[in-house]
Design a protein around this ligand. Structure first.
Ligand SMILES: NC(=O)c1ccc[n+]([C@@H]2O[C@H](COP(=O)([O-])OP(=O)(O)OC[C@H]3O[C@@H](n4cnc5c(N)ncnc54)[C@H](O)[C@@H]3O)[C@@H](O)[C@H]2O)c1
Length: 437
């Protein structure tokens, strides 16, 4: 099938590469000239395990192309995926400018019957607005499909190749059969393709992210309460996660959710609910709890350092909003760093993949270390923010020897609290009983 994917970010690039891998002829188009120039030379604009080899192989075999000419990509296609960004507008609603801009181009440049797929996360009613924009210029029939994407950054290729499910909101038999054919290679193990109407598909994506964000904020507040009452959230987590109705994932406390999706999608859904006169007060509380949680690492640091935080030097391990990605959008590390700098302290940070992105965002506000141990010398405390694998079993003697004061704030509950204290650390983590710095 001839496919155009418009927007070559985390989602569009993965979708395009994976669809070319199953034999389709895919053109990925983006307005970012630098990104496209790099991709033509197999230089990835993002860190995503497994993506580079997929892009290189399919590009070399002539099934994957990159261009900045969105119109020409559309005119050659039978199916167009819209995968551009939908950042939050000032009022929290999804900014659909890029999506509707692409819709205009599709209407102007389509040359045959087309399936137009909204892959970006968009509020209910957006596919209808896209259809109106396309039809203003269209000279050929077209069909709409809402195909929300559930991939996780850091495991995106695997998630797309082996999805738990594929959700397809369609408005015609033609769209249904084209999309079923396109996705057939990805669901051979029997995972479901769930067809539905378009508004339900659009809502499914927001409901999924809202549910996951709710679990995170819920567990973070339970962890905070555990600290007050002397309970251990690690045990509580196991106790509730083994209940089949609850399940074990997304129950780990931490410094709050970040990334490009949860914060903006929660905001957008709260906004949609308000406009519809059906408030989502649960989700408003989720957002408030997350905003508070993002400052908890700093509160722990201040608790450990007291007044001496002014003028202190802090080592930070982990800048990406989660492991296996270089994405720092809304990362808890950014809140921590802002808080630390505002308190008059300085920072040296390490991240296995996000240093480049961090330098772009933070410039010379902090120092950067090429290895995690290089971040430590002379620091008054170490804060572990992202649970990268390489931070899980560090050399504690080496950490203690390098730090000026043996203070370790563990934002991911990676280490054994009893062991850390027996090694002589002032050790603070989330929700493991009453803590005394
Ligand atoms: N990142 C994720 O994990 C994830 C997961 C599921 C869904 N989503 C959703 O997918 C969408 C894309 O997210 P992303 O993380 O890939 O965004 P991104 O910011 O990484 O990429 C968006 C790309 O679109 C390009 N673009 C913008 N306007 C364009 C235009 N008019 N024509 C062509 N290209 C244009 C930008 O240059 C950019 O490269 C969003 O709606 C997001 O909510 C993201």
């Amino acid at each position: 099938m001839k496919i155009a994917v418009i927007g070559t970010g985390y989602v569009g690039l993965v979708v395009g590469a994976c669809l070319s891998e199953t034999g389709n002829d895919v053109t990925c188009a983006d307005v970012d000239q630098g990104k496209i120039d790099g991709l033509k030379q197999n230089i990835m604009p993002i860190y995503e395990p497994g993506l580079d080899s997929l892009v290189e192989r399919n590009q070399q075999q002539g099934r994957l192309h990159f261009t900045t000419d969105v119109g020409s990509a559309v005119s050659a296609a039978e199916v167009v995926f819209i995968a551009v960004g939908t950042p939050p507008d000032e009022d929290g609603s999804a900014d659909l400018r890029h999506v509707l801009n692409v819709a205009d181009t599709i209407g102007q440049r389509m040359t045959r019957e087309l399936v137009v797929v909204t892959k970006s996360t968009v509020p209910v009613g957006t596919a209808a607005r896209v259809a109106t924009a396309v039809s203003t210029h269209a000279r050929h029939p077209f069909h709409m499909c809402s195909n929300p994407e559930f991939l996780k950054e850091g495991a995106a290729v695997d998630d797309f190749m082996k999805p738990d499910r594929v959700v397809l909101g369609v408005d015609s038999d033609h769209a249904r059969s084209v999309m079923a054919e396109l996705y057939a290679p990805f669901v051979r193990t029997g995972k479901p393709i769930i067809f539905m109407d378009i508004p339900s598909a659009e809502m499914t994506k927001y409901a999924a992210n809202a549910m996951l964000a709710t679990r995170i904020s819920f567990m973070n507040e339970i962890a905070n309460l555990c600290e007050k009452v002397g309970a251990n959230v690690d045990l509580v987590r196991k106790g509730i996660g083994s209940d089949a109705r609850i399940g074990p994932s997304f129950l780990f406390p931490g410094p709050g959710y970040g990334g490009s999706c949860f914060p903006k999608d929660v905001k957008a859904l709260v906004r949609t609910a308000g406009e519809a006169g059906s408030p989502l007060s649960v989700l408003e509380a989720v957002e408030e709890a997350n905003d508070r949680q993002k400052h908890r690492l700093f509160e722990k640091l201040r608790c450990a350092l007291g007044d001496s935080i002014d003028g202190a030097h802090i080592a930070v391990w982990g800048l990406a909003f989660k492991p296996q990605t270089d994405d720092m959008r809304e990362a808890p590390a950014l809140t921590l760093i802002d808080d630390v700098l505002s308190a008059g302290a300085t920072v040296t940070a390490h991240d296995p993949a996000a240093l480049h992105e961090a330098k772009r965002r933070l410039g010379d506000r902090i120092r950067f270390a090429e290895s995690n141990y290089e971040a430590l010398p002379g620091a008054d405390a170490l804060v572990v923010v992202t649970d990268w694998n390489e931070y899980r079993h560090p050399d504690f003697a080496r950490i203690k020897a390098a730090l000026r004061r043996p203070i370790l704030i563990d934002g991911r509950n990676l280490y054994d609290a009893t062991k850390m204290r027996s090694l002589g650390f002032t050790y603070l983590s989330f929700g493991r009983g009453r803590e005394h710095a």
